[in-house]
Ligand binder design. Structure first.
Ligand SMILES: [Zn+2]
Length: 380
């Protein structure tokens, strides 16, 4: 497919309008004036609920939703039922993912059943296709277990992704600071280990990570679109719909997260896509739908093109050793639209952005040389 007058997002930012040839079987050439061609985004943090919770999401519904949202590669967490803590479970997921419209990679659990006690076999999980280790959703590990987990990850060549909320301390700022601080302390005694802190939500955690990076520790971090834009006041107004872990924080925390992204203290924007059926959400379940609003929310942050490329395209892949392969999205950065959860392709309609106006939307998603989703082209 030949795109005319399209601006291309690359590592250095946005190009001038140009003609670009994209490998997209069967797609017609078109005038793309005003549009942006971007490599497909990678979401380093998603819950696809498969196996075990088809009322919330499946590999197929999640992959379809991700494609609509502009993600061509998603990393699925292990808190499924059963938990992805054994080689054969990982092999089964990897085999099923081949038929999906986008690429799905999987983490293997750090501890058996996410219970924080017995380590899984990291080498076997890697051999089955795991690209990282994570107990996300739980942080039941003691400092001793976490240290052993980082060593096992280092031996297997896998980063360890931590849901930094010390369970004994709840989910307040202290729980996050304690978990981040313990993990960074463990890293100080290791050479090859790689630590990635998931969904950083407070200024205190940002400052701990900033200091650790300046000391040369191999630590990376992510932040969600909702923690970059919403605060506890939004959560209060939403009732149970506003429940998420970590919770939405103060405006000061939100501002610190935005600055950390600009300063490269936080590496990645990841959605923590956590779909729930209506009854579970109304009963208080934590988590938000993330895929189908991410591009509009992120473009609304006012970051420059280089920062978007880094946070949504290059750093997520570098952290888990993945490369881009014929994955593209075509974005209309000026399209204004209203979030309407009932139109989501995801089974989870639990968005905190319901009814909000967003600017910027994905028109077309291309993966493995195939057009996997396409909306009506206004500029065709
Ligand atoms: Zn988490």
């Amino acid at each position: 497919m030949r795109l005319h007058h399209v601006r291309v997002l690359g590592p250095g930012g946005l190009s001038m309008p140009q003609t670009v040839e994209v490998n997209a079987e069967g797609a017609q050439d078109r005038d793309a004036t005003g549009l942006v061609l971007s490599p497909g985004w990678m979401d380093l943090h998603a819950h696809l609920r498969d196996p075990g919770f088809p009322q919330k999401e499946t590999l197929l519904s999640g992959a379809t939703s991700a494609a609509i949202g502009g993600f061509t590669h998603v990393l699925a967490m292990a808190n499924t039922d059963p938990v992805t803590d054994r080689r054969e479970r990982l092999e089964s997921l990897v085999a099923r993912s081949d038929a999906l419209p986008i690429r799905i990679s999987f983490v293997g659990a750090v501890t058996v059943a996410l219970e924080g006690q017995e380590l899984t076999d990291a080498a076997a999980l890697k051999a089955a296709g795991a690209v990282a280790l994570s107990d996300d959703g739980r942080h039941a590990m003691t400092a001793v277990v976490l240290r052993r987990a980082l060593e096992a990850g280092a031996q297997a060549g896998l980063p360890v992704l931590i849901h930094a909320q010390a369970e004994a301390l709840g989910n307040g700022p202290d729980a996050e600071a304690a978990a981040v601080s313990d993990a960074l302390d463990a890293m100080r005694t290791m050479s090859a280990a790689r630590l990635h802190v998931q969904h950083v939500s407070t200024r205190r955690a940002v400052e701990l990570i900033r200091a650790a990076k300046s000391q040369g520790l191999l630590v990376t971090a992510e932040v969600t679109p909702h923690h970059l834009t919403l605060t506890e006041q939004d959560a209060w107004a939403m009732g149970p719909q506003g429940n998420v872990n970590p919770p939405l924080r103060t405006p000061d925390d939100r501002d610190a997260l935005r600055q950390a992204l600009v300063d490269e203290v936080i590496d990645v924007i990841a959605t923590d896509h956590a779909p729930h059926e209506r009854a579970a959400k109304e009963a208080g379940a934590n988590g938000f739908h993330g895929f189908e609003t991410a591009v509009g929310v992120v473009l609304g942050l006012g970051l420059n093109g280089r920062a978007v490329y880094r946070a949504c395209i290059s750093r997520p892949r570098e952290i888990v050793g993945q490369s881009l392969e014929d994955e593209w999205i075509l974005i209309d950065p000026n399209e204004e639209w209203t979030v309407e959860a009932s139109s989501f392709k995801s089974r989870g309609k639990n968005t905190p952005f319901q009814g909000r106006r967003l600017r910027g939307r994905v028109l077309m998603t291309i993966c493995r040389g195939q057009v996997v989703t396409e909306r009506v082209m206004q500029h065709a």
